[in-house]
Design a protein around this ligand. Structure first.
Ligand code: BTN
Length: 318
């Protein structure tokens, strides 16, 4: 199932009215949204399709009585008030990143896609991202000119997204960051971010994809989920917190990069001063992690010299 919601469409207006009051008549909804009764009925059906329970009592009106695990319309509202033009919800898809990359390469549009599960979820460095039901999987497309960023600045977007997700999950659990943007809980990865570029240098788009293991099963020794670490939180609360915090932080770029970098250092404190091993394009570096530089590269003290690593995978040494 695929549901597309566009900014300003009638189902969004109708949902807002249903959220505000109970027993709203079809006539009132039609008046408030400036649409026909048939259009109201169609909007109600669309909201039901997204998983919301709407009771219709003859002569009384419509009431919202239950909501889905993924708060589709609440998320869509957050997205629309942050400049997103199109919102997509899937019960199942190969990958929300793949979907948005294709969409943006055909038609540049600020879009957001969320799925209950992914059949070919992708991680950094060509890895798979296990995406069973119960986790949070979403992507958003961003026009890089919004932040006046060029290709070399992309690590800033990646690190900024990491700070946002870590701050959001920090409301529920004691998490920290591992370079570049793995969110770690009790020594294991609970969330990851995949940023991909689409288009030409002059008109560059970025797709930011976020995966959070909430109550999905992750049978990997390096990974965990909030549920497996005893954090009792709903997918609804996690998704609303993560999505709104991500918008809040991305808005800080480019001027606020200095602040984002400071916050990154604070959230990554558990890895600073520790010996780490970094694999970058097949080359192995070992050194003590000192921080990130103004470009977002990891600074390592190898004992002989200080080096900077721009991309790769980081493991703890001794
Ligand atoms: C990582 O390897 O740490 C990054 C994982 C990113 C996973 C998310 S889930 C939503 C989006 N769609 C994908 O296929 N990948 C990202």
């Amino acid at each position: 199932m695929r549901l597309k919601i566009s900014r300003g469409e009638t189902s969004v207006v109708v949902f807002e009215e249903l959220r505000k009051s109970k027993n709203v008549s079809g006539m009132d909804l039609a008046k408030k949204a400036g649409i026909s009764r048939t259009a109201v009925w169609k909007a109600i059906e669309k909201i039901r399709n997204a998983g919301y329970g709407i009771e219709a009592k003859k002569g009384i009106g419509y009431s919202l009585v239950s909501e889905p695990e993924i708060p589709v319309y609440e998320l869509a509202s957050t997205c629309f008030s942050n400049g997103v033009e199109e919102f997509y919800y899937f019960d199942s898809i190969d990958s929300t990143n793949t979907f948005l990359k294709k969409l943006v390469s055909e038609r540049t549009v600020r879009a957001f896609a969320i799925a209950e599960r992914q059949t070919s979820g992708r991680g950094r460095l060509g890895r798979k991202w296990l995406s069973d039901k119960g986790g949070l999987y979403f992507s958003m497309s961003l026009d890089s000119s919004l932040f006046s960023l060029s290709v070399e600045d992309m690590p800033k977007v990646t690190l900024c997204a990491g700070v946002a997700v870590c701050r959001a999950l920090g409301k529920f659990a004691d998490v920290y960051l591992k370079w570049p943007n793995d969110v770690i809980l009790n020594g294991r990865k609970v969330s990851g971010i995949l940023c991909e570029l689409v288009g030409e240098a002059e008109r560059l788009w970025v797709v930011v994809g976020v995966g959070v293991n909430v109550s999905n099963s992750v049978e990997l020794s390096m990974a965990t989920s909030l549920r497996d670490e005893g954090v009792d939180v709903s997918l609804k609360d996690v998704s609303l917190e993560v999505v709104s915090t991500l918008f809040e932080y991305l808005e800080l770029l480019p001027e606020g990069w200095g602040e984002v970098r400071r916050e990154w250092m604070e959230l990554a404190k558990p890895m600073m001063g520790r010996e780490v091993e970094v694999n970058s394009a097949g080359v192995r570096y070992v050194g003590v992690a000192l921080g990130i530089d103004e470009k977002g590269a990891l600074i390592l003290d190898t004992g002989e010299k200080t080096i900077r690593v721009f991309s790769g995978d980081c493991f703890y040494g001794r």
